[in-house]
Write a new protein. Structure first.
Length: 251
């Protein structure tokens, strides 16, 4: 049910979140990093339920980057176990709430059990019509573009396409989430101001919002604050402010 505090005309259609700061948050309270990852699940739940209540079309949450394999083996293993536990525990609830769950990223590097859980969760929720929840896992923006380019190259090699026919759409239709609008609002927690190889193409015109909150501290109010900030931005897409104002008058 859309929330009356925002007009749906001004809401971001697609929100992307870099959920950062679990480790530092845990350290601050003298706890191991894994404690931060566990407590992060509550913020994920609250973010999803708020986005769904507002009627946001899609939300993409960065859970594990292609670069995160570089972390200590113990932390990577614990993150994979947590991923399996959360998927198992939460998927029915997501389905009951009409949410469509998708995992984006190179899934081939995951263990068999995790790959099966992912496939089952995607299958169960694929017909749902509510908010699309994308979990980016073993995802990298450069990987995404590289995979798309490989597909286009194969079409050229097969003689289906000439290099001159390649346009932006030729690439974007092969990217993850090609069926969704580009990202309108990107949120990163923990005070870091970088993209860390997230959706490079899909975020080309996103408004970037950085908050000092660590991810386990992120909650409904924090998301509403980010959306309120977004609504007050003027998105010019290359035009001038005056052009936009005269366009608004014509509407
Ligand atoms: C984000 O929190 C979660 C993952 C990258 C899996 P971090 O684990 O990066 O936490 P910090 O940045 O070290 O505090
Ligand atoms: C980015 O966080 C990836 C996720 C939130 C999953 P990192 O903590 O891995 O990013 P860097 O390495 O500090 O840029
Ligand atoms: Mg981090």
């Amino acid at each position: 049910m859309p929330n009356s505090q925002f007009s749906s005309d001004f809401l971001p259609q697609h929100i992307a979140v870099i959920m950062d700061g679990n480790g530092r948050w845990a350290k601050k309270q003298g706890k191991p990093r894994l404690y931060g990852h566990r407590m992060a699940v509550k913020s994920v739940r609250e973010t999803i339920s708020t986005a769904s209540r507002l009627g946001i079309k899609a939300i993409t949450l960065f859970a594990f980057s292609s670069e995160n394999w570089k972390r200590p083996e113990e932390e990577v293993n614990l993150l994979m176990d947590l991923f399996i536990t959360v998927l198992t525990r939460e998927v029915k609830k997501l389905h009951k709430n009409n949410l469509k769950l998708r995992i984006i990223g190179d899934k081939t590097r995951f263990g068999q059990v995790l790959q099966q859980k992912i496939a089952a969760a995607e299958e169960l929720t694929k017909e749902n019509t509510g908010t699309v929840i994308n979990i980016a896992a073993n995802y990298g923006g450069k990987w995404d573009i590289t995979e798309a380019v490989k597909k286009v190259a194969a079409q050229v090699a097969d003689g289906e396409l000439t290099p001159e026919q390649i346009g932006e759409n030729t690439i974007s239709q092969h990217l993850s989430m090609a069926d969704l609008p580009d990202v309108d609002l990107m949120i990163r927690t923990s005070g870091e101001c970088r993209i860390s190889n997230f959706m490079l193409w899909q975020m080309a015109y996103a408004e970037l919002y950085f908050t000092e909150l660590f991810w386990p501290e992120f909650n409904e109010q924090a998301l509403l604050d980010a959306i309120t900030w977004f609504i007050n931005r003027e998105r010019r897409f290359g035009c001038t402010s005056e052009q936009l104002q005269s366009l608004m008058k014509q509407k």
